[in-house]
Write a protein that binds this ligand. Structure first.
Ligand code: NAD
Length: 500
């Protein structure tokens, strides 16, 4: 397809599809990483485009807030049904623009829809608290009200799901919302906003602004935005957290990860291998909950490694759209080059490469890296400490569970971790001691369902209220506490209740 025929994406502002008018740089190509095909072009909107979205979101606040809580929940029931109808389109879009397998993309879309389901509970979850007689004849109550205009900035690796960590909870609570998708994968949210466009929401309740750094910085600074949710790499999470906080906003910033998977000598090896492979190589390792370090305790190493290597070599790498593919491409040629440099560095630092996914080939413009395993890695090597964000698994040895836990706790990240064992005592100890916010027991990707918070720690999360679950409701509401007494109470003050 020639560049002139390629679709240029619009923003969605004040209930209408709107071209970006303030872009100061050329649009970027959106590329299918399995084929190299240019799918669309995305504008890098400018400050005036963001201003328009903020103005629309602010203008919509009084009308949307006045819609009853139950009616807002009903709108989410409708949204859920319409997303289910478009779920196959969304999954195909995820695979086309991001590369993950179609089965994985369907699971991602199901998780996005699950977020809407959790947000429909808002008439219950948004309730406040009341205590009668905090003093004689005086009551205290805390009610929850919307925060205002909320914005979310999201990464490339979950084009469907991560925006839904925020959008349904924000609007369920009576806020209005602005989304800035990743400029690498803006297409799936075009489908989502087509669905939202058909829902008869007041204009300006939901807005979409495509762009990059300029829009992110604008969101942090904009006086018309009250709360910012960010998901992405650790350096940008820090930047967004600090800059938004400096502007006086409520902010939650989810950053990068380096997730460890501890394998005890008593682990059920076959099932453990399945769990490790799904975690390390699913979505080509581009999940913030991907396990990227195996810590093999004692004899677990020698029992595990041959089966792990054999199963990894059998994985089929290819276009995620083919149902038989198990590992798709990584998101871009830049990502492929960065990941291959990490593998080179691991080898030059002394690791042994036991499965080598470099030079995986593919059509021109595609970006494949095959599953890769490095053994003989020591905890001090950079490859054991830094996020690679690709299909690269490193294997470290430990003599005891305590030593394994110490290795895990050295990490500056604390997103997720898993332990594979049949010992309840080992699990109890690990759960108690490990410094990570999401723990899997015989589960390789322990990403919490929508009803629980996505509770990363350390450099993987800046803020105090996490995404989704009851934390999501807390983040998107302000508490107001009212202390009251009444004088016309029939106790000698006034006469409403006194029979003449
Ligand atoms: P990224 O940080 O490059 O981009 C995230 C967002 O920030 C994008 O919308 C992008 O436009 C914007 N951005 C990028 N660079 C910027 C800059 N210099 N200034 C301002 N804005 C900028 O992240 P990514 O590569 O899209 O996503 C992968 C990262 O996200 C990984 O580190 C992964 O671990 C992390 N992630 C974390 C979680 C979590 O829950 N903790 C979930 C998903 C992804």
């Amino acid at each position: 397809m020639s560049a002139t025929a390629t679709r240029l994406l619009d923003n969605y502002v004040a209930g209408a599809w709107t071209p970006a008018t303030a872009a100061s740089v050329d649009p970027l190509d959106v590329i299918n990483p399995a084929t190299g095909e240019v799918l669309a072009r995305v504008p890098l909107s400018g400050a005036a485009d963001l201003d328009a979205a903020v103005a629309a979101a602010r203008a919509a606040l009084p009308e949307w807030r006045a819609v009853s809580t139950i009616e807002r929940a009903r709108r989410l029931f409708t949204l859920r049904e319409r997303l289910v109808e478009r779920s196959d389109d969304m999954a195909r879009s995820v695979t086309a623009e991001m590369g993950k397998t179609i089965a994985d993309a369907r699971a991602e879309v199901a998780r996005a829809i699950e977020m809407v389901e959790a947000a429909t509970a808002i008439p219950t979850t948004m309730q406040g608290r009341i205590l009668e007689d905090v003093s004689r004849g005086i009551d205290a109550e805390t009610i929850r009200q919307p925060v205002g205009v909320c914005a979310a900035i999201v990464p490339f690796n979950f084009p469907a799901m991560v925006p839904f960590w925020f959008l349904p909870f924000a609007i369920a609570c009576g806020n209005t919302f602005i989304l800035k998708p990743s400029e690498q994968v803006p297409l799936t949210q075009q489908i989502v906003f087509e669905v939202l466009d058909g829902m008869d929401l007041p204009k300006g309740v939901v807005n979409l602004v495509n762009g990059g750094r300029e829009i992110v910085e604008g969101i942090c600074d904009h006086p018309g935005i009250d709360a910012v949710s960010f998901v992405g790499s650790a350096p940008v999470a820090k930047l967004v957290y600090e800059r938004s906080a400096r502007a006086g906003k409520r902010v939650q910033a989810l950053g990068g990860a380096k997730n460890h998977m501890v394998v005890m000598p008593d682990a059920v090896i076959g099932k453990t291998v399945d769990g490790l492979i799904g975690s390390a190589f699913g979505a080509a390792g581009q999940r913030c909950m991907a396990g990227s370090v195996v810590v093999a305790v004692g004899e677990a190493h020698d029992r595990l490694l041959p089966e792990l290597v054999e199963a990894t070599k059998k994985l089929s790498v290819g276009d995620g759209m083919d149902e038989g593919t198990q590992v798709g491409p990584v998101v871009s040629c830049a990502a492929r080059d960065r990941i291959e440099e990490w593998i080179d560095r691991g080898v030059s630092d002394g690791a042994q490469i036991v499965v080598d996914g470099r030079n995986a080939g593919g059509p021109d413009g595609s970006s494949f890296v095959g599953p890769t395993i490095l053994d003989g890695v020591t905890p001090d090597m950079a490859i054991a400490q830094e996020e690679v964000f690709g299909p690269v698994l490193v294997v470290v040895k430990a003599e005891t569970l305590d030593e394994a836990t110490a290795i895990v706790n050295r990490s500056r990240f604390g997103n997720g971790t898993s332990i594979f064992t049949e010992s309840g005592a080992a699990v109890r100890r690990y759960r108690h001691d490990v410094e990570a916010g999401m723990v899997g027991v015989n589960i390789g990707v322990a990403a919490p369902v929508a009803f629980f918070p996505f509770s990363g720690w350390k450099d993987s999360f800046l803020g105090d209220l996490h995404a989704h679950g009851t934390d999501g409701v807390d983040f998107f509401t302000k508490k107001k506490t009212v202390t009251s007494r009444w004088f016309s109470d029939g106790q000698g003050h006034g006469s409403y209740f006194v029979e003449d």
